[in-house]
Ligand binder design. Structure first.
Ligand SMILES: [Fe+2]
Length: 206
């Protein structure tokens, strides 16, 4: 867990409080993350967050490498394990086609516009495994912009493609990347790669 004595943004403290309340009182995971998405939308509307986001760094060495984007790590909850990340993607950046393993994810756009895509496996396999090969096909895509929150359920296959501008996002995960295995689905030979998720770079949000 990150240790800091510095105060965080008030809107971030409110969001953390709401997340902790949901973790304590909402046992149904889909309902918990749906309510969390509403709380994240409120955070995304906060002017203080937008002001702060102007200081978030973009690191050429760590962001955009083969689509495996590093995350800023703002917060890890000591009791429930959820984390708050930041992500800045440069213009024209494309993520891999991937899932987030067994974790839940909220992807909230602070600034910018991008295309969010969904894919499904066409081999009939149930979600939840770590295959070496798996064909996928795109099933959906949509343009999203500032204020949008995408809720990504466990094993849901997706990608994000930037347009001509950069995008800045706040990501909320049910557990920190590195504590679960993700799949990356390549279009060459339908091969699937497993990895531990984006590198986590501690950064103070306040
Ligand atoms: Fe993702």
């Amino acid at each position: 867990m990150m240790q800091t004595s510095e105060p965080r943004l008030p809107a971030v403290e409110r969001f953390i409080g709401r997340m902790r309340e949901l973790c304590a009182n909402e046992p149904d995971e889909a309902a918990r993350w749906s309510a969390a998405a509403d709380a994240l939308k409120a955070l995304l509307a906060d002017p203080g967050l937008h002001e702060h986001a102007r200081t978030w760094p973009i690191s050429p060495a760590k962001l955009g490498l083969e689509g495996k984007h590093a995350n800023l790590l703002f917060y890890e909850d000591p009791d429930y394990g959820f984390v708050i990340n930041g992500l800045i993607k440069r213009p024209e950046a494309k993520t891999t086609v991937h899932d987030h393993g067994k974790s839940w994810t909220l992807y909230g756009v602070v600034d910018g516009a991008e295309t969010v895509l969904r894919f499904e496996r066409t081999d009939g396999a149930q979600p939840g495994d770590l295959p070496t090969h798996a064909p996928v096909e795109q099933t959906d895509s949509g343009e999203v912009t500032t204020g949008h929150v995408d809720c990504i359920a466990p094993w849901e296959i997706h990608a994000e493609y930037n347009g001509t501008g950069r995008t800045v996002a706040v990501i909320v995960r049910s557990q920190k990347s590195g504590t679960f295995v993700q799949n990356i689905f390549h279009d060459h030979g339908n091969t699937v790669e497993q990895y531990d998720g984006p590198e986590q770079i501690p950064y103070h949000l306040g």
